[in-house]
Ligand binder design. Structure first.
Ligand SMILES: [Zn+2]
Length: 190
């Protein structure tokens, strides 16, 4: 782990699980910032998989407006990575984003959009059992959030996209409350 300490306002205080605060390589932060700038301006989804120790790109994949299809080769490169993709509509990470990240043992999953980003962090020391606990926590959080959001949607308080966004936001916040030692969820605005 490089010792160079970066202090960039946008990424201040950023930590990777298992790495002390302030010791993320400057090359990683620079790369994150460049990818952020690039992806948050796009109107279609793109997936970028970064090596967390030096910020180098393991692979990238161009997708459609609402999705990027993940093939086996791409999935294989995700293990232990920082996985980044964008949501042009600005919505929070989807259930599928979470599941793909968890299954492929991603360290951090970032979703960028023009107004900021969402970060899901996964404890890298999780074994099969811990991953199952986290998966269950997410499913419970989602099931609990769904009727609350559905009521607001049916009452006309939320539109389609707002409802979807609120459902996912609530789900990840709640998951992080249930198992904070396994998962954290951060929302950053620009
Ligand atoms: Zn997504």
């Amino acid at each position: 782990m490089p010792k160079e300490v970066a202090s960039l306002e946008h990424y201040k205080g950023e930590t990777l699980f298992g790495h002390p605060e302030g010791t993320i390589a400057k090359s990683v932060l620079d790369r994150l910032r460049a990818v952020d700038q690039e992806l948050s301006a796009k109107d279609y989804e793109t997936l970028v998989v970064l090596n967390p120790s030096d910020g180098s790109e393991r692979t990238r994949k161009k997708g459609e407006t609402d999705e990027v299809k993940i093939d086996e080769e791409t999935a294989a490169r995700m293990r232990g990575s920082i996985m980044i993709h964008n949501h042009p509509r600005g919505t929070a990470p989807s259930l599928e984003d979470f599941m793909i990240s968890l299954e492929n043992r991603v360290l951090e999953s970032h979703v960028y959009h023009s107004g900021g980003r969402y970060i899901m962090r996964f404890n890298p020391d999780m074994d099969v059992h811990a991953r199952e606990v986290l998966r269950s926590a997410a499913q419970i959080a989602y099931s609990e959030s769904k009727p609350i959001v559905d009521r607001k949607f049916l009452a006309g308080e939320l539109g389609d996209h707002e409802a979807w966004h609120e459902l996912m936001s609530r789900s990840w916040e709640r998951t992080a409350e249930y198992v904070p030692e396994l998962f954290t969820y951060t929302v950053e605005s620009k």
